[in-house]
Design a protein around this ligand. Structure first.
Ligand code: ADP
Length: 265
């Protein structure tokens, strides 16, 4: 079943600095896509193809120039106030560099408690913090509660950031290049974590990357973005084995070992 639908989404920016000041940049051009329940969906494209703009639109950090974002059969594109707050609980985002997003002066416990307190969590907050840390496999949680961002590895920081995103029990997690700053072995761990979150929590995950290798390891379907347009979409294996678009073929050539899907144990 469809959980989210992006319909003909276009986003234009007006250049504010530099020689091209005043020019219009079309970062997304009539993009349509569907996210199904419990799906691991990949969005792949080279740098500048519009991936981050799409992610920011989906969490309504940006507003569309035209087009619609439908979530649970409701047009959320222009939600404000309380409706926006409710929507944002359902759709959370994790970024490439968790270090930049974590507060260096606060420990793990503070980071996870914060969204719970802001959202007036009704249950036992300490128990919930432990549960969230266990969900992201920071186990045992007691070993991590007092740690500060600089005392953890990149992979652990990414897990803390994910635990924080999961605090509002979202239905969708958008992971924007979550592994591109990690070394190879840690990458696999985070990809496995995404698979296990889908499996254990039943959430849908949108995995955004420029890297066809990692996208092929975990996603069910992909959309290929080029210059703000969807140039190809479909079952990940089929697209990689039988690409119809020239740009997709080039991305595949650039990925040394595409399609080795990993499974949850
Ligand atoms: P990606 O995430 O695939 O690297 P982006 O979504 O960041 O791509 O960018 C898509 C295009 O939109 C690029 O040409 C980029 O320069 C432009 N762009 C993105 N954000 C802005 C902005 N705030 N102002 C002007 N242009 C932007």
């Amino acid at each position: 079943m469809s959980l989210m639908e992006i319909q003909n989404l276009t986003k234009e920016f007006t250049v504010r600095k530099s020689l091209t000041k005043g020019d219009i940049v079309k970062a997304l051009d009539e993009v349509s896509l569907e996210l199904r329940e419990k799906e691991l969906l990949g969005i792949v494209g080279a740098s500048g193809s519009g991936k981050s703009t799409l992610a920011r639109l989906m969490v309504l950090l940006y507003r569309p120039t035209s087009g619609k974002i439908i979530f649970n059969n409701e047009d959320v594109s222009h939600h404000k106030g309380q409706k926006l707050k409710m929507y944002r609980k359902n759709i959370q985002m994790v970024f490439q560099d968790p270090y930049a997003s974590l507060d260096p002066f606060h420990n793990v416990e503070w980071h996870i408690k914060r969204p719970l307190l802001i959202n007036h969590y009704k249950g036992n907050v300490s128990d919930r913090v432990q549960e969230l840390l266990t969900q992201v496999k920071l186990d045992p949680p007691s070993q991590f509660l007092d740690k500060y961002p600089h005392q953890m590895s990149g992979g652990q920081r990414q897990r803390v950031y994910m635990a924080r995103a999961l605090a509002t029990e979202p239905k969708v997690l958008i992971a924007d290049e979550p592994v591109s700053m990690l070394d190879v072995s840690l990458r696999i761990e985070i990809l496995e974590l995404l698979l296990s979150l889908r499996e254990n929590l039943g959430i849908s995950i949108i995995y955004i990357t420029h890297d066809l290798n990692t996208v092929s390891m975990i996603t069910d379907r992909i959309y290929v973005l080029n210059k703000g347009k969807v140039v190809e979409s479909g079952n990940t294996k089929q697209v990689i084995e039988n690409p119809v678009d020239e740009y997709t073929r080039r991305l595949i050539k650039a990925a040394p070992d595409p399609y080795k899907k990993i499974e949850v144990d």
